[in-house]
Design a protein around this ligand. Structure first.
Ligand SMILES: C[S@@+](CC[C@H](N)C(=O)[O-])C[C@H]1O[C@@H](n2cnc3c(N)ncnc32)[C@H](O)[C@@H]1O
Length: 227
């Protein structure tokens, strides 16, 4: 799978790409990530990509031309045009269902905004799928793009060491939260591991986990059970 990230701040991704599971997956060539800077498609003397909004108001907007030019160039870099995605607080809210849909694509192009966002004609002309990572405002689309990469890459076969772990995660399959988990030591500051997990009885453990998962979902996110 290929991700193309279009941003004004590609260096934000330096540490992200160089650590952990993502770095391993890149080395194993299970996915590719390409970073692009809109500024390279800005033709003005100062290579500026933003301007004041018509009608007044605070802040600056990313203008059309560098984004259209950059998207067209990036699309031409692979056989498939790919699914274009704009990170924006007014988009469809990201959840595991949407993550699963995104993972069906061979190529995702992620448009990261900054400042007050994008000129509206970028959505109008390029018709991206607009995605929000939640009802809050980040400074830019880079962290939301990382969230998309992190969540989608977990669905790519071979990325997770233990394939079963993705299936057991919260929100996978049935909409339930994951059961509590423990590791060594058996006792820490007076807190102990539930006996059943030490019993070696796999049926009992599975039953306990199922019950705890339901109980936790009921207590913390009963809206999920309605779904
Ligand atoms: C400071 S925000 C702009 C917010 C915009 N003025 C508004 O009120 O909706 C700058 C950029 O960050 C990204 N961004 C911020 N919050 C986001 C969210 N919840 N989901 C996805 N992208 C977000 C978008 O790319 C956005 O263009």
């Amino acid at each position: 799978m290929r991700f193309d990230v279009l941003t004004l701040f590609p260096a934000i991704f330096d540490g992200f790409l160089n650590e952990g599971l993502l770095n391993k997956a890149l080395q194993k060539q299970l996915l590719e990530i390409h970073l692009w800077n809109y500024r390279e498609w800005s033709t003005g003397k100062h290579r500026s990509v933003d301007d004041r909004p018509f009608g007044g108001g605070p802040g600056m907007l990313i203008g059309c031309d560098p984004v259209f030019q950059c998207v067209e160039h990036v699309q031409s870099q692979a056989k498939q045009l790919g699914q274009l995605i704009m990170l924006t607080p007014d988009g469809r809210k990201l959840d595991q269902t949407l993550v699963t849909e995104l993972a069906q694509h061979d190529r995702l192009l992620l448009l990261c905004g900054r400042y007050e966002g994008f000129d509206e004609r970028i959505s109008e002309g390029l018709k991206p799928l607009e995605i929000s990572v939640g009802d809050f405002i980040c400074n830019g689309g880079e962290v939301p793009a990382m969230i998309i990469i992190e969540t989608v890459m977990r669905m790519i076969p071979g990325v997770l060491g233990d394939e079963a772990s993705a299936q057991e995660d919260s929100f996978s399959g049935q909409m339930k939260l994951e059961h509590p988990q423990y590791t060594r030591p058996r006792e820490y500051r007076g807190m102990t591991v539930p006996e059943v997990l030490l019993s070696g009885d796999h049926q009992k453990i599975a039953k306990w986990r199922e019950e705890m998962s339901l109980q936790r979902t009921r207590q913390r996110r009963d809206d999920l059970l309605d779904q």
